[in-house]
Design a protein around this ligand. Sequence first.
Ligand SMILES: N[C@@H](CCC(=O)N[C@@H](CS)C(=O)NCC(=O)O)C(=O)O
Length: 216
Amino acid sequence: MQLRLHTRYQNSAGQRVRIVLNLKRIAYEYVPIGSPRDAGYQRLNPQGLMPALEIDGRVVAQSMAIIELLEELFPAPSIYPADPIERAETRAFAYLIAADLHPVNNQRVRKYLAEKLGADEAGQLAWYQHWVAVTFTSLETQSQQRGGDGPYCFGATPTLADACLVPQMANARRFGCDLTAYPRLVAIDAACRELQAFADAAPEAQPDYPGETAKA
Ligand SMILES: N[C@@H](CCC(=O)N[C@@H](CS)C(=O)NCC(=O)O)C(=O)O
């Protein structure tokens, strides 16, 4: 089976997929995208968002759909806990990020705020930080209520929840969000980033990462 992941170093939805590929030790080719608006990429993935997975010549869009496909094709190690209710809770945690937070803070939404609604840089930042705070407050409460029977979101093994949390934490830092109110999330993120699977999926570990100077 030949897997080609079309992504970009700073593509946080793609980073979720990279983490899962690494946790499952699945070999894949990293195909860097210049811009998701490029005609070639739009032809490959008419949804026009990153990432896309090419699998034996067929193309699957949407990070969560790709991850579910990987879980079906490569069930071990699983990215879910054994207990069905914990599996649902893992998805609920992940979807709060992937379905509720990430879409409203996406680049195209910020661009629309700026270009069509006249939001200045401070306004865009306030928007971004507001939705992070709303989401992280819920996730922190949920994580504290669950308690710590392991360093990760759902215990001793990383799951889909961690794969969604870590890229979102990096985004939050990038946009200057104050994370002091979320000690459990900060601790989970730090524990995950010590794992090779997460480190290898990080933006700075990708072949198209331009380096600190170029990025600034
Ligand atoms: N729901 C999609 C979201 C993908 C997405 O929004 N990707 C961003 C980068 S993280 C993107 O392509 N943004 C381009 C844009 O906003 O124009 C998924 O999970 O794959």
